[in-house]
Design a protein around this ligand. Structure first.
Ligand code: F6P
Length: 504
């Protein structure tokens, strides 16, 4: 576990480098563009515009050693209990390959293979039916990954089904979606690991009524008794397990809707891309390990340079949902203030993760990136080969991507303070050769492991999420008050409930 002394040593490097123009670091190290870049499969990653030098990097690597990063990665892949508050391993890697060496990892991989066969069977059954539209009902990890991948991989849809997502408990979402669909040609998938999530059960109930029963309802869950109580027959239920966290579950039957969109082979390629990244992260030494680099730079920006947020800007419309997916992955995993042993983390943990797709975002929040008082580190993501033939558009997209990364780092002087760009805004550039199921799998797995690397540095549990429980509990208690059958105890809530009642 890292001590105050370790963090102080890192901060000293941060202080030493804080005021140094990135352009000066570039000038001092002419080969920087090559030295600070890595290629893994279809991903080229450039960290050359991070505010780092060899001495600071050596310090970060030595802290990673002290934190036991190598052993921690092996523990993750091998199925050791890395989520001690729930007594569980986190074996998402077993859903996509066989990188794990432990007995638990092998058993999980066997269960995952069996589930893949069941997914194929149900896929075939649906393909032989008159169903044309699929509504996937879920929230959080039971929604964000499949929704992102279905949207990102539209170029790979086989056209058999149209896939829709129903998430928000706001009834408008159900009303608007169902208005455009025909119940006779629609099937629903209720995705909920716990099968106890209020939003999913309410929307599932709406869908069940609209379909006129449960004949065309499928479920993905780890809680079979609850699924049966809802009325879905066991032969239409796909498994989930305690050893997969919701936000890490795209690779399981939670991705059923994605398979229905891109087919068995497309889904298999997604898993292969992720498995390739797993193998890289397990085998590559820290000095050449992409997830270690990405995670260590996140820690560097947060703890040595004091950045409280991290932006992700995909310069590809197909990845527009990536920031939303990463918000859950990063902020639910790393939004912790105590270490695994219960003691307070002596440094800041999770940054606020946010972002938006380029170039659109340039015309909304980029002003703050360039000239705001806070330094906001960012990941830029680009795709080299587009899936369309509009070359002029693609050249413009890539030119803007490169321009923003360069301008934020280098800035531009001016005698007029309003027109001065301070620069020094660190950013990482991730370039995918093309956007395919394989490269998307690799990219998402890289982010998953980067999150784990950060959690190891902070000694926090990346796989629980106790913080979200309080709000659920209070909402449950307030339900009768909103419905008009009780008075809330809290005076502010009571006044607001009265306001709501008076306006009904
Ligand atoms: O409320 C947070 C959360 O528990 C997430 O961690 C999870 O992904 C989401 O709710 C949905 O949970 P479930 O799959 O059990 O419906």
């Amino acid at each position: 576990m890292l001590t105050d002394g370790h963090w102080q040593a890192l901060k000293q490097h941060g202080e030493r480098l804080a005021a140094k123009p990135l352009a000066e670091l570039m000038a001092a190290e002419p080969a920087r563009a090559g030295t600070w870049a890595l290629r893994v499969g279809p991903i080229h990653a450039s960290f050359a515009r991070q505010r780092i030098d060899d001495a600071a990097w050596a310090q970060l690597q030595s802290l990673a050693n002290v934190a036991g990063l190598g052993a921690a990665l092996a523990a993750l892949f091998d199925g050791e209990i890395v989520n001690p508050t729930e007594g569980r391993p986190a074996l998402h890697s077993a859903l996509r390959g066989d990188v794990g060496r432990g007995q638990a990892a092998r058993a999980a991989a066997a269960q995952a293979r069996e589930a893949r066969e069941r997914v194929d069977q149900l896929h075939a059954r649906l393909a032989d039916s008159p169903v044309t539209d699929i509504v996937s009902v879920g929230i959080g990890g039971s929604d964000l990954g499949p929704r992102l991948a279905v949207d990102a991989l539209r170029d790979f849809h086989d056209g058999r089904f149209r896939v829709h997502f129903l998430t928000n408990v706001d009834g408008s979402a159900a009303r608007h979606l169902l208005a455009d669909l025909d119940p006779a040609r629609t099937a629903g998938i209720l995705v909920s690991k716990s099968f106890g999530t209020q939003e999913t059960l309410l929307n599932g109930g709406i869908l069940r009524d609209w379909l006129g029963g449960t004949d065309r309802l499928y479920a993905v869950s780890a809680n079979i008794p609850r699924v049966e109580a809802f009325g879905i027959a066991p032969d239409r239920v796909l498994p989930m397990w305690d050893w997969v966290g919701g936000r890490y579950s795209l690779w399981s039957a939670v991705g059923f809707a994605l398979q229905l969109a891109i087919g068995h082979d497309g889904f298999a390629r997604l898993l292969e891309g992720a498995a390739m990244m797993d193998k890289h992260v397990r085998d590559a030494p820290p000095a050449r390990n992409l997830a270690a680099w990405h995670g260590l730079f996140a820690v560097w920006n947060r703890n040595a340079l004091g950045a409280a947020s991290h932006a992700v800007m995909p310069y590809d419309q197909r990845l527009a949902l990536l920031p939303g997916f990463l918000q859950q992955l990063v902020m639910e995993s790393l939004g912790k203030s105590v270490r695994i042993d219960g003691s307070p983390v002596p440094v800041h943990t999770v940054p606020v993760l946010w972002g938006g797709s380029g170039t659109n975002a340039q015309h909304s929040f980029f002003q703050a990136l360039h000239q705001g008082t806070d330094i906001l580190p960012a990941d830029f993501i680009g795709v080299v080969r587009p899936a369309h033939g509009f070359d002029d558009n693609h050249h413009a997209l890539l030119a803007n991507l490169l321009a923003q990364s360069e301008a934020l780092a280098n800035g531009s002087p001016s005698d007029d303070p309003h027109k001065r760009y301070p620069g020094g805004r660190p950013n990482t550039l991730l370039l995918l050769d093309e956007l395919t199921p394989y490269s998307l799998g690799a990219l998402l797995a890289m982010y998953e492991h980067s999150v784990y690397v950060q959690s190891v540095m902070w000694s926090i549990n990346a796989f629980d999420q106790w913080g979200v429980e309080l709000g659920k509990k209070v909402a449950g208690e307030l339900l009768p008050a909103v419905a008009g059958d009780a008075e809330p105890a809290d005076p502010v809530t009571r006044a607001l409930v009265n306001e709501i009642r008076s306006r009904r």
